[in-house]
Design a protein around this ligand. Structure first.
Ligand SMILES: [Fe+2]
Length: 269
């Protein structure tokens, strides 16, 4: 091997090692606790977003074992659970493993514009999922009542007004809104809702090693602000899942593992 070849191979090998070290080998579980005077008894929520049909049979078993071990009272799914038509049955295989736990879903951009959206929603319902397309439901868990609403992932934030979203809620119970896009944050700031849950940004797809800075997200561009975690919106909070997908259309996540979000809603101290 010549010196010139080595000068190319060493940096290429180092770059390959950096990429390989950051591939999504695991799914993280991130746990948060939120206090509210509207919560009388603790409720454990699993927030699952952006599944994108991206798991093998074995992967689905591993993922659902991780979720079930957390013993959630409730599952919220704010969109992109069924990627177009590729391997769609994986999504229903995944949902089947979670049957028995109350599940609520609103559409993501990958579902909203499908020609077969109506039968797709029906298939979600057949697995016990409540499809929240511009409506709400009240659920009682351990004496705590929650009102959960969802809005569909349309093209623009301006497709919804504050009044339209507020009108989805009919009670003063703890209010949760499912909405796919965290970049609609300016709408969420104006609504009368305790918690908005989102996905869509996939955590920023790649994180800069050691810094953890998200690189890019749709509609937010480079170094996006709203890709994960809890954000205080004044009247309420926004909670964003980094999502479950590992490889988005063949592009792997880097230094940004898929994520199961667990949220414990507990009474005010
Ligand atoms: Fe997505």
């Amino acid at each position: 091997m010549t010196k010139q070849m080595l000068e190319w191979l060493i940096p290429l090998g180092a770059a390959g090692a950096v990429v390989a070290a950051g591939l999504p080998y695991h799914t993280d579980i991130t746990t948060y606790t939120m206090h509210s005077s509207k919560i009388s008894h603790p409720v454990r929520i699993a927030l699952l977003a952006d599944f994108h049909n991206d798991r093998s049979d074995k992967g689905i078993k591993k993922l659902t074992d991780q979720i079930l071990a957390q013993k959630p009272d409730l599952i919220l799914m704010p969109g992109d659970m069924a990627e177009e038509h590729n391997h769609q049955e994986r999504t229903f295989q995944f949902l089947k493993q979670l049957e028995g736990i109350p599940m609520y879903y609103s559409t993501g951009n990958h579902e909203e514009f499908r020609w077969d959206l109506t039968p797709l929603k029906q298939r979600f319902r057949e697995h016990g999922v409540v499809v929240l397309d511009e409506k709400s439901e009240v659920i009682r868990i351990h004496e705590t009542e929650l009102e959960i609403a969802g809005i569909s992932c349309r093209m623009e934030m301006s497709d919804f007004t504050t009044e339209e979203v507020n009108a989805l809620f009919h009670t003063d119970h703890y209010r949760i809104l499912l909405s796919h896009k965290p970049n609609w944050v300016e709408l969420y700031r104006t609504i009368d809702c305790d918690l908005t849950v989102c996905g869509h940004a996939h955590g920023g797809q790649w994180h800069i090693p050691f810094l953890g800075t998200p690189v890019a997200a749709p509609s937010q561009g480079f170094f996006p602000k709203y890709t994960q975690g809890i954000h205080d919106l004044g009247r309420g909070n926004m909670l964003i899942s980094r999502g479950l997908v590992r490889h988005y259309h063949g592009i792997p996540r880097l230094y940004n593992n898929p994520e199961i979000v667990i949220l414990d809603l507990v009474p005010q101290d």
